[in-house]
Design a protein around this ligand. Structure first.
Ligand code: NDP
Length: 242
């Protein structure tokens, strides 16, 4: 089921652009059927095996509806990539309750919600792959990102707890921690900030979204069948040793 070219049913949250869309394209290239969720703008309609669904991961009813639609068309989700994320960077003294709550609800609780919905059929099938997209920010801490870093660190605890819960059912749960990746999220920081961040990366450049997708694809493959509870950094060495 979790082989390399077996028409698996994959669901990627926040798959309309950036890392999520790169993940979707990675799985499509392997022959999988891929549902992507988004809030506002759908991904390009580029493949008949790509299903785009509106689903805000902060809304439990929308999560339920998205999974139901995928199951009705293709059957249960076999590979889940919890990727949807936002930032609202502010120093602590300026951060409002809503900035904290929105970031934690999307990045951390959203992943919990979709994992909770996905695992029932995976447990019954005695097979499944879950990959949570965290961030090097959650491992290092970043000034101005107390909300985001806390949520991303939370994904490690979530992922490892689920890895232990689900291991006996052959469902693996792993975390990918990207560093600085060339997407809208990064570009919104402005050229000067991106240049500063790039200068800290041992490999000396930002990542392409496809480089993160390759790691996600690996963790979802049979080659990774004995890997669960891992945190895989895809950060050009930025968080080395953490
Ligand atoms: P983008 O901002 O480019 O894309 C984010 C995606 O998430 C979009 O598809 C967006 O949909 C979706 N999304 C946001 N909020 C919600 C929500 N409430 N419900 C459903 N979908 C939502 O981000 P990236 O591709 O850069 O980031 C993807 C993931 O990788 C995030 O979790 C991010 O934290 C993480 N990451 C990114 C890094 C980077 O340098 N870019 C570094 C480390 C981690 P819509 O278009 O509708 O808003």
């Amino acid at each position: 089921m979790t082989g390399s070219s077996l028409e698996r049913v994959v669901l990627v949250t926040g798959g309309s652009r950036g890392i999520g869309l790169a993940c979707a394209r990675h799985f499509l290239a392997l022959g999988d059927r891929v549902a992507v969720t988004y809030r506002s703008t759908p991904p390009p309609a580029e493949d008949e095996r790509l299903m785009a669904l509106t689903c805000d991961v902060t809304e439990p009813d929308q999560v339920e509806e998205a999974f139901s639609q995928v199951e009705a068309r293709w059957g249960p989700v076999q590979v889940l990539v919890a990727n949807a994320g936002i930032t609202r960077d502010l120093l602590l003294l300026r951060m409002k309750e809503d900035d904290w709550a929105a970031v934690v609800d999307t990045n951390l609780s959203g992943a919990w919600r979709v994992a909770k919905r996905a695992v029932g059929p995976m447990v019954r099938a005695r097979s499944g792959r879950i990959v949570l997209i965290s961030s090097v920010s959650g491992l290092m801490g970043v000034p101005g990102q107390s909300n985001y870093a806390a949520a991303k660190a939370g994904l490690v605890g979530l992922g490892r707890s689920l890895a232990r819960e689900l291991a006996s059912r052959q469902v693996t749960v792993n975390v990918v921690a990207p560093g600085v990746v060339d997407t809208d999220m990064l570009r919104s920081l402005g050229e000067a900030r991106v240049a500063e961040m790039k200068a800290l990366v041992p490999l000396g450049r930002v990542a392409a979204p496809e480089e993160v997708a390759a790691a996600v694809g690996f963790l979802a493959s049979t080659a990774a069948s004995y890997i669960t509870g891992a945190v895989l950094a895809v950060d050009g060495g930025l968080g080395m040793g953490l």
